[in-house]
Design a protein around this ligand. Sequence first.
Ligand code: 8YV
Length: 328
Amino acid sequence: MLKPKLRVIVTRKLPDDVESRMKELFDVDLNQSDAPMDRASLADAMKDCDVLVPTITDTIGQALLARAGDRLKLIANFGAGVDHIDLNTARQRGILVSNTPGVLTEDTADMTLCLILAVTRRLKEGLRLMESGEWEGWSPTALMGGRVGGKRLGILGMGRIGSAVARRAKAFGMQIHYHNRKRVHLDREAELNATYWESLDQMVSRMDIISVNCPYTPSTFHLINSRRLALMKPEAIIVNTSRGEVIDQNALTRTLRSGGIAGAGLDVFERGHDINPRLGELDNVVLLPHMCSATHEGRIEMGEKVIINIKTFADGHRPPDLFVPGMA
Ligand code: 8YV
């Protein structure tokens, strides 16, 4: 007898190719409106499916998980970060959580370099000048920025994305430094010509550019706080393409406004899209709408990973991208 298809609920609109394949494989409910589900709809969905496919815009905490139906056995997240899911409660309830690592590494690293260049080379001011129609031609001293070649880049979190940032930055002539929970393998340090700093305080105080690339966990919450921002050199900049919660955004705003550091490039914000309005007013701050992994290729590969995780689970095996806390 044929096994019944798994009932899968997807919380947001995914690329068409991904949705078509899901329709072939599963009994799937898609969200064509792309409006994020409210809590009540999410709770209903979690009562009524075998597999939930959420994204970063769905906060799946203890209360929602406690009310999930017994049939919910897998949360196959569309995204690498799973900080919006209460992993401990999921584990206690016997619900597996998988993610989509690896396929957004290069795209995110590309955009990290884009932000570093945008801030150091004053892209925002240049664009604004052209868009205003007020540009009067070349000048020897107009819009001079900093040169990235030769600068010290301190990478906070030398995982997949941090290493991909390091490879690119090395090609731009930057000197690579990093802080990580654990020192990486010596071969990788040699490949990247990277210097390990056990002390984050010491690294932060000596870098020209800081790139935040660590996941958001209870131990990385506000890792960059007002005290550490005060350690940075006044001519240094910081970029964040990981999670907003790693930087205390209000402290960063104050530091930037008082000239404590020279600029910031942010793709991510606390609680998803909470942006201090005083940040965007600054010429030396470039803000992006969480778009670092937004390529057609990457989003399709993320969908393919979600499908492989669900299909493997449906076939009675362990999904390949099962998320194990502490192993990211
Ligand atoms: C994703 C991200 O696009 O994968 C992640 O962790 O931060 C993003 O770039 C997003 O999370 C999709 O859910």
